[in-house]
Design a protein around this ligand. Structure first.
Ligand SMILES: [Zn+2]
Length: 379
Protein backbone atom coordinates (compact mmCIF):
# COMPACT_ATOMS: atom_id res chain seq x y z
CA UNK A 1 0.00 0.00 0.00
CA UNK A 2 2.81 2.47 0.89
CA UNK A 3 6.32 2.13 -0.46
CA UNK A 4 9.03 4.16 1.25
CA UNK A 5 11.39 4.71 -1.67
CA UNK A 6 14.05 6.89 -0.07
CA UNK A 7 14.83 8.85 3.08
CA UNK A 8 17.13 11.87 2.94
CA UNK A 9 20.39 11.08 4.75
CA UNK A 10 20.59 14.52 6.45
CA UNK A 11 16.99 15.12 7.54
CA UNK A 12 13.75 13.16 7.85
CA UNK A 13 12.38 13.96 4.37
CA UNK A 14 10.98 10.93 2.58
CA UNK A 15 10.12 9.96 -0.97
CA UNK A 16 7.28 7.48 -1.21
CA UNK A 17 4.38 6.06 -3.17
CA UNK A 18 0.89 5.42 -1.86
CA UNK A 19 -1.36 3.03 -3.77
CA UNK A 20 -5.11 3.58 -3.45
CA UNK A 21 -8.23 2.12 -5.09
CA UNK A 22 -8.30 5.00 -7.61
CA UNK A 23 -4.60 5.31 -8.36
CA UNK A 24 -1.09 5.78 -7.14
CA UNK A 25 0.13 8.93 -5.39
CA UNK A 26 3.75 10.08 -5.31
CA UNK A 27 4.69 11.59 -1.95
CA UNK A 28 5.36 14.13 -0.54
CA UNK A 29 2.00 15.27 -1.91
CA UNK A 30 -0.23 18.32 -1.62
CA UNK A 31 -3.99 17.64 -1.69
CA UNK A 32 -6.14 20.54 -2.94
CA UNK A 33 -9.20 20.97 -0.71
CA UNK A 34 -12.65 20.38 -2.19
CA UNK A 35 -14.72 21.15 0.90
CA UNK A 36 -18.11 21.11 -0.82
CA UNK A 37 -17.16 18.58 -3.51
CA UNK A 38 -15.31 21.18 -5.58
CA UNK A 39 -11.87 22.77 -5.23
CA UNK A 40 -12.98 26.40 -5.06
CA UNK A 41 -12.89 28.12 -8.47
CA UNK A 42 -11.06 25.24 -10.19
CA UNK A 43 -12.42 22.51 -12.45
CA UNK A 44 -11.11 18.92 -12.70
CA UNK A 45 -9.42 19.60 -16.05
CA UNK A 46 -7.38 22.42 -14.51
CA UNK A 47 -6.56 20.32 -11.45
CA UNK A 48 -5.20 17.52 -13.63
CA UNK A 49 -3.29 19.94 -15.86
CA UNK A 50 -1.43 21.28 -12.81
CA UNK A 51 -0.54 17.77 -11.59
CA UNK A 52 -3.13 17.13 -8.86
CA UNK A 53 -2.95 13.51 -7.70
CA UNK A 54 -5.56 13.48 -4.94
CA UNK A 55 -8.16 15.91 -3.60
CA UNK A 56 -9.85 16.24 -0.24
CA UNK A 57 -13.57 16.19 0.53
CA UNK A 58 -15.31 17.18 3.77
CA UNK A 59 -17.60 14.71 5.50
CA UNK A 60 -19.28 17.40 7.62
CA UNK A 61 -20.14 19.72 4.73
CA UNK A 62 -21.12 17.01 2.26
CA UNK A 63 -23.32 15.21 4.77
CA UNK A 64 -25.24 18.45 5.44
CA UNK A 65 -25.45 19.44 1.76
CA UNK A 66 -26.31 17.72 -0.55
CA UNK A 67 -26.65 14.90 1.99
CA UNK A 68 -25.15 11.45 1.88
CA UNK A 69 -28.24 9.84 0.26
CA UNK A 70 -27.83 11.88 -2.90
CA UNK A 71 -24.11 11.08 -3.15
CA UNK A 72 -24.83 7.41 -2.52
CA UNK A 73 -27.51 7.45 -5.24
CA UNK A 74 -24.99 9.04 -7.62
CA UNK A 75 -22.70 6.06 -7.04
CA UNK A 76 -20.33 7.69 -4.56
CA UNK A 77 -18.33 10.92 -4.40
CA UNK A 78 -16.00 10.09 -7.33
CA UNK A 79 -19.00 9.69 -9.66
CA UNK A 80 -20.97 12.59 -8.18
CA UNK A 81 -18.19 15.14 -8.76
CA UNK A 82 -16.67 13.34 -11.79
CA UNK A 83 -13.19 12.93 -10.29
CA UNK A 84 -12.05 9.37 -11.07
CA UNK A 85 -8.79 9.87 -9.16
CA UNK A 86 -7.96 9.45 -5.47
CA UNK A 87 -10.01 11.29 -2.83
CA UNK A 88 -9.32 11.63 0.90
CA UNK A 89 -12.22 12.53 3.16
CA UNK A 90 -11.85 13.96 6.63
CA UNK A 91 -14.10 12.62 9.35
CA UNK A 92 -15.91 15.84 10.22
CA UNK A 93 -14.40 15.96 13.70
CA UNK A 94 -12.52 19.20 13.06
CA UNK A 95 -15.63 20.95 11.69
CA UNK A 96 -17.93 19.73 14.46
CA UNK A 97 -15.54 21.14 17.04
CA UNK A 98 -14.92 24.42 15.22
CA UNK A 99 -17.92 25.24 13.00
CA UNK A 100 -20.99 23.77 14.66
CA UNK A 101 -22.91 26.15 16.91
CA UNK A 102 -24.06 24.25 19.98
CA UNK A 103 -22.70 20.94 21.03
CA UNK A 104 -22.83 18.31 23.71
CA UNK A 105 -19.98 15.82 23.78
CA UNK A 106 -21.32 12.34 24.50
CA UNK A 107 -19.65 8.96 24.93
CA UNK A 108 -20.08 7.95 21.28
CA UNK A 109 -19.92 11.28 19.48
CA UNK A 110 -21.01 14.89 19.41
CA UNK A 111 -24.49 16.40 19.33
CA UNK A 112 -24.43 19.69 17.49
CA UNK A 113 -26.51 22.17 15.55
CA UNK A 114 -25.91 22.58 11.84
CA UNK A 115 -24.08 25.86 11.07
CA UNK A 116 -26.53 26.20 8.22
CA UNK A 117 -30.07 25.86 9.55
CA UNK A 118 -29.60 25.04 13.22
CA UNK A 119 -31.03 21.52 12.95
CA UNK A 120 -29.86 19.07 15.62
CA UNK A 121 -27.34 16.54 14.30
CA UNK A 122 -25.12 13.81 15.73
CA UNK A 123 -21.71 12.71 14.51
CA UNK A 124 -19.49 10.10 16.13
CA UNK A 125 -17.03 7.43 15.05
CA UNK A 126 -19.78 5.12 13.78
CA UNK A 127 -21.59 7.84 11.81
CA UNK A 128 -18.37 9.37 10.40
CA UNK A 129 -17.17 6.00 9.09
CA UNK A 130 -20.61 5.20 7.69
CA UNK A 131 -20.73 8.48 5.77
CA UNK A 132 -17.17 8.03 4.46
CA UNK A 133 -18.07 4.50 3.41
CA UNK A 134 -21.01 5.88 1.41
CA UNK A 135 -18.81 8.62 -0.08
CA UNK A 136 -16.43 5.83 -1.12
CA UNK A 137 -13.25 7.84 -0.52
CA UNK A 138 -9.88 6.17 -1.07
CA UNK A 139 -8.63 7.35 2.31
CA UNK A 140 -11.04 7.82 5.23
CA UNK A 141 -10.02 9.55 8.45
CA UNK A 142 -10.84 8.46 11.98
CA UNK A 143 -13.25 10.66 13.96
CA UNK A 144 -11.25 12.66 16.49
CA UNK A 145 -11.67 15.39 19.10
CA UNK A 146 -9.76 18.41 17.81
CA UNK A 147 -9.53 20.90 20.71
CA UNK A 148 -8.67 24.58 20.17
CA UNK A 149 -5.12 25.81 20.75
CA UNK A 150 -6.18 27.64 23.91
CA UNK A 151 -7.43 24.46 25.66
CA UNK A 152 -6.59 23.96 29.34
CA UNK A 153 -4.35 20.93 30.08
CA UNK A 154 -7.33 19.06 31.54
CA UNK A 155 -9.39 19.60 28.37
CA UNK A 156 -6.44 18.59 26.20
CA UNK A 157 -6.13 15.31 28.12
CA UNK A 158 -9.87 14.65 27.81
CA UNK A 159 -9.63 15.25 24.05
CA UNK A 160 -6.74 12.79 23.76
CA UNK A 161 -8.61 10.13 25.71
CA UNK A 162 -11.72 10.63 23.59
CA UNK A 163 -9.65 10.58 20.38
CA UNK A 164 -8.13 7.23 21.39
CA UNK A 165 -11.48 5.70 22.35
CA UNK A 166 -13.18 6.95 19.18
CA UNK A 167 -10.27 5.71 17.02
CA UNK A 168 -10.88 2.23 18.45
CA UNK A 169 -14.56 2.50 17.51
CA UNK A 170 -13.69 3.73 13.99
CA UNK A 171 -11.36 0.77 13.56
CA UNK A 172 -14.27 -1.63 14.16
CA UNK A 173 -16.53 -0.11 11.48
CA UNK A 174 -16.89 -1.64 8.00
CA UNK A 175 -15.24 0.31 5.18
CA UNK A 176 -15.77 0.79 1.45
CA UNK A 177 -14.05 -1.64 -0.91
CA UNK A 178 -10.33 -0.89 -0.96
CA UNK A 179 -10.74 2.10 1.41
CA UNK A 180 -7.74 2.96 3.58
CA UNK A 181 -8.34 4.38 7.05
CA UNK A 182 -5.89 6.72 8.79
CA UNK A 183 -5.74 7.31 12.55
CA UNK A 184 -5.25 10.83 13.95
CA UNK A 185 -2.87 11.78 16.76
CA UNK A 186 -3.89 14.70 19.01
CA UNK A 187 -2.19 16.17 22.08
CA UNK A 188 -1.44 19.83 21.28
CA UNK A 189 2.14 20.86 22.05
CA UNK A 190 2.32 18.53 25.08
CA UNK A 191 5.09 15.95 24.68
CA UNK A 192 3.64 13.33 27.03
CA UNK A 193 0.16 13.54 25.50
CA UNK A 194 1.49 13.37 21.94
CA UNK A 195 3.51 10.26 22.78
CA UNK A 196 0.65 8.61 24.66
CA UNK A 197 -1.82 9.32 21.88
CA UNK A 198 0.57 8.24 19.12
CA UNK A 199 1.43 4.94 20.84
CA UNK A 200 -2.25 4.11 21.42
CA UNK A 201 -3.36 5.02 17.88
CA UNK A 202 -0.41 3.25 16.22
CA UNK A 203 -1.22 0.18 18.34
CA UNK A 204 -4.57 -0.02 16.53
CA UNK A 205 -2.77 -0.60 13.20
CA UNK A 206 -4.28 1.96 10.86
CA UNK A 207 -3.13 2.27 7.21
CA UNK A 208 -1.52 5.65 7.86
CA UNK A 209 -1.33 8.35 10.53
CA UNK A 210 -2.29 11.99 10.66
CA UNK A 211 -0.98 14.61 13.03
CA UNK A 212 -4.05 16.61 14.01
CA UNK A 213 -4.57 19.75 16.06
CA UNK A 214 -1.74 21.52 14.25
CA UNK A 215 -3.64 24.27 12.46
CA UNK A 216 -5.81 25.60 15.23
CA UNK A 217 -4.43 29.11 15.77
CA UNK A 218 -1.03 28.42 17.30
CA UNK A 219 2.28 30.05 16.39
CA UNK A 220 4.51 28.46 13.75
CA UNK A 221 7.08 27.28 16.31
CA UNK A 222 4.34 25.33 18.09
CA UNK A 223 3.24 23.69 14.84
CA UNK A 224 6.77 22.42 14.25
CA UNK A 225 7.02 21.34 17.88
CA UNK A 226 3.78 19.30 17.71
CA UNK A 227 5.06 17.57 14.56
CA UNK A 228 8.48 16.88 16.10
CA UNK A 229 6.84 15.48 19.25
CA UNK A 230 4.66 13.08 17.26
CA UNK A 231 6.74 11.94 14.28
CA UNK A 232 9.21 9.69 16.18
CA UNK A 233 6.31 7.47 17.33
CA UNK A 234 4.87 6.93 13.85
CA UNK A 235 5.92 3.83 11.90
CA UNK A 236 8.44 4.71 9.16
CA UNK A 237 6.87 2.34 6.64
CA UNK A 238 3.45 4.06 6.66
CA UNK A 239 2.33 7.47 5.33
CA UNK A 240 2.16 10.54 7.62
CA UNK A 241 -0.24 13.40 7.03
CA UNK A 242 -0.12 16.86 8.68
CA UNK A 243 -3.69 18.14 8.62
CA UNK A 244 -4.56 21.65 7.46
CA UNK A 245 -1.03 22.96 6.75
CA UNK A 246 0.50 25.29 5.60
CA UNK A 247 2.41 28.03 3.72
CA UNK A 248 4.93 27.00 1.01
CA UNK A 249 7.86 27.53 3.41
CA UNK A 250 6.10 25.50 6.11
CA UNK A 251 5.55 22.63 3.67
CA UNK A 252 9.29 22.51 2.95
CA UNK A 253 10.06 22.49 6.69
CA UNK A 254 7.44 19.82 7.39
CA UNK A 255 8.68 17.56 4.59
CA UNK A 256 12.13 17.89 6.20
CA UNK A 257 10.51 16.71 9.45
CA UNK A 258 9.20 13.51 7.87
CA UNK A 259 5.66 14.42 6.74
CA UNK A 260 4.35 12.93 3.45
CA UNK A 261 0.87 14.40 2.93
CA UNK A 262 -0.64 17.89 3.23
CA UNK A 263 -3.90 19.73 2.67
CA UNK A 264 -4.57 23.43 3.05
CA UNK A 265 -7.17 25.96 1.95
CA UNK A 266 -4.57 28.78 1.77
CA UNK A 267 -3.80 28.72 -1.98
CA UNK A 268 -7.44 29.14 -3.00
CA UNK A 269 -8.52 31.22 -0.01
CA UNK A 270 -5.89 33.96 -0.35
CA UNK A 271 -6.46 33.91 -4.12
CA UNK A 272 -10.00 35.10 -3.52
CA UNK A 273 -8.53 38.13 -1.72
CA UNK A 274 -6.29 38.79 -4.71
CA UNK A 275 -3.11 37.48 -3.04
CA UNK A 276 -0.68 35.26 -4.95
CA UNK A 277 2.03 32.99 -3.61
CA UNK A 278 5.43 33.15 -5.26
CA UNK A 279 8.77 31.50 -4.52
CA UNK A 280 9.69 34.70 -2.67
CA UNK A 281 6.56 35.01 -0.58
CA UNK A 282 3.15 36.52 -1.25
CA UNK A 283 2.23 39.43 -3.48
CA UNK A 284 -1.01 41.36 -3.70
CA UNK A 285 -2.06 41.17 -7.35
CA UNK A 286 -4.72 43.77 -6.55
CA UNK A 287 -2.19 46.33 -5.34
CA UNK A 288 -1.72 49.63 -7.15
CA UNK A 289 1.89 48.88 -8.07
CA UNK A 290 0.65 46.27 -10.54
CA UNK A 291 -1.44 48.79 -12.47
CA UNK A 292 0.96 48.95 -15.41
CA UNK A 293 2.98 45.80 -14.73
CA UNK A 294 2.76 43.69 -17.85
CA UNK A 295 4.76 40.77 -16.47
CA UNK A 296 3.09 37.56 -15.30
CA UNK A 297 2.42 36.98 -11.56
CA UNK A 298 5.72 35.11 -11.39
CA UNK A 299 8.40 35.02 -14.08
CA UNK A 300 9.14 31.45 -15.15
CA UNK A 301 5.89 30.01 -13.75
CA UNK A 302 4.36 27.52 -16.18
CA UNK A 303 0.76 27.82 -14.92
CA UNK A 304 -2.04 28.77 -17.31
CA UNK A 305 -2.46 32.21 -15.69
CA UNK A 306 1.23 33.14 -15.97
CA UNK A 307 1.50 31.82 -19.52
CA UNK A 308 -1.46 33.92 -20.66
CA UNK A 309 -2.12 36.98 -18.51
CA UNK A 310 -0.30 39.97 -17.02
CA UNK A 311 -0.47 41.33 -13.48
CA UNK A 312 -2.04 44.51 -14.85
CA UNK A 313 -4.89 42.59 -16.47
CA UNK A 314 -5.45 40.30 -13.47
CA UNK A 315 -5.45 43.34 -11.15
CA UNK A 316 -8.09 44.93 -13.35
CA UNK A 317 -10.22 41.75 -13.27
CA UNK A 318 -9.97 41.55 -9.48
CA UNK A 319 -10.86 45.23 -9.08
CA UNK A 320 -14.02 44.92 -11.17
CA UNK A 321 -14.94 41.59 -9.51
CA UNK A 322 -14.66 39.52 -12.67
CA UNK A 323 -14.72 35.81 -11.81
CA UNK A 324 -11.80 35.14 -14.17
CA UNK A 325 -9.50 37.18 -11.93
CA UNK A 326 -9.96 35.08 -8.82
CA UNK A 327 -10.01 31.90 -10.91
CA UNK A 328 -6.62 32.72 -12.44
CA UNK A 329 -5.00 33.59 -9.10
CA UNK A 330 -6.41 30.30 -7.74
CA UNK A 331 -4.87 28.49 -10.74
CA UNK A 332 -1.49 30.12 -10.09
CA UNK A 333 -1.48 29.46 -6.32
CA UNK A 334 -2.59 25.85 -6.59
CA UNK A 335 -0.08 25.25 -9.38
CA UNK A 336 2.69 26.72 -7.20
CA UNK A 337 1.84 24.37 -4.31
CA UNK A 338 1.74 21.31 -6.57
CA UNK A 339 4.94 22.32 -8.38
CA UNK A 340 6.68 22.84 -5.03
CA UNK A 341 5.86 19.25 -4.03
CA UNK A 342 7.05 18.02 -7.44
CA UNK A 343 10.32 19.93 -6.98
CA UNK A 344 10.77 18.42 -3.51
CA UNK A 345 10.16 14.91 -4.87
CA UNK A 346 12.66 15.48 -7.71
CA UNK A 347 15.29 16.79 -5.29
CA UNK A 348 14.70 13.90 -2.91
CA UNK A 349 15.17 11.47 -5.80
CA UNK A 350 18.41 13.21 -6.82
CA UNK A 351 19.68 13.48 -3.26
CA UNK A 352 19.72 17.30 -3.37
CA UNK A 353 16.83 18.04 -0.99
CA UNK A 354 19.07 19.74 1.59
CA UNK A 355 20.34 22.31 -0.92
CA UNK A 356 16.83 22.84 -2.28
CA UNK A 357 15.48 23.45 1.23
CA UNK A 358 18.23 25.97 2.07
CA UNK A 359 17.74 27.91 -1.15
CA UNK A 360 13.95 27.93 -0.95
CA UNK A 361 13.88 29.17 2.63
CA UNK A 362 16.58 31.79 1.98
CA UNK A 363 14.40 33.33 -0.76
CA UNK A 364 10.99 33.01 0.89
CA UNK A 365 9.77 35.95 2.97
CA UNK A 366 6.83 34.83 5.14
CA UNK A 367 3.86 37.17 5.37
CA UNK A 368 2.29 37.74 8.77
CA UNK A 369 -1.04 38.38 7.11
CA UNK A 370 -0.98 34.97 5.46
CA UNK A 371 0.24 33.23 8.61
CA UNK A 372 -2.73 34.62 10.54
CA UNK A 373 -5.17 33.78 7.73
CA UNK A 374 -4.11 30.15 8.03
CA UNK A 375 -5.76 29.68 11.39
CA UNK A 376 -9.39 29.53 10.55
CA UNK A 377 -12.39 27.34 11.10
CA UNK A 378 -13.14 26.07 7.63
CA UNK A 379 -10.66 23.62 6.23
ZN1 LIG B 1 1.68 31.12 -12.36
Amino acid sequence: MFELLKTDPRCKARLGRLTTAHGTIDTPVFMPVGTQGSVKALDPRELLEMGTQIILGNTYHLSIRPGVDIIRAAGGLHQFINWPHPILTDSGGFQVFSLAKIRKIKAHGVEFRSHLDGSLLFLGPKEAMEIQRALGSDVAMAFDDCPPHSSAPRDLRAAVERTIRWAGECRQQPRAHGQLVFGIVQGGANAALREECARAIVGMEFDGYAIGGVSVGEAEAEIFKAIELTEPFLPAQLPRYAMGLGTPAQLVELVARGVDMFDCVLPTRVARNGTAFTKRGTVSVKAGFNKEDFRPIEEGCACFACRNFTRAYLRHLLNVNEILGLRMVSVHNSHLYLKLMEDMRANLARGTFGAFRREFLANYVPSQKVLSARATVER
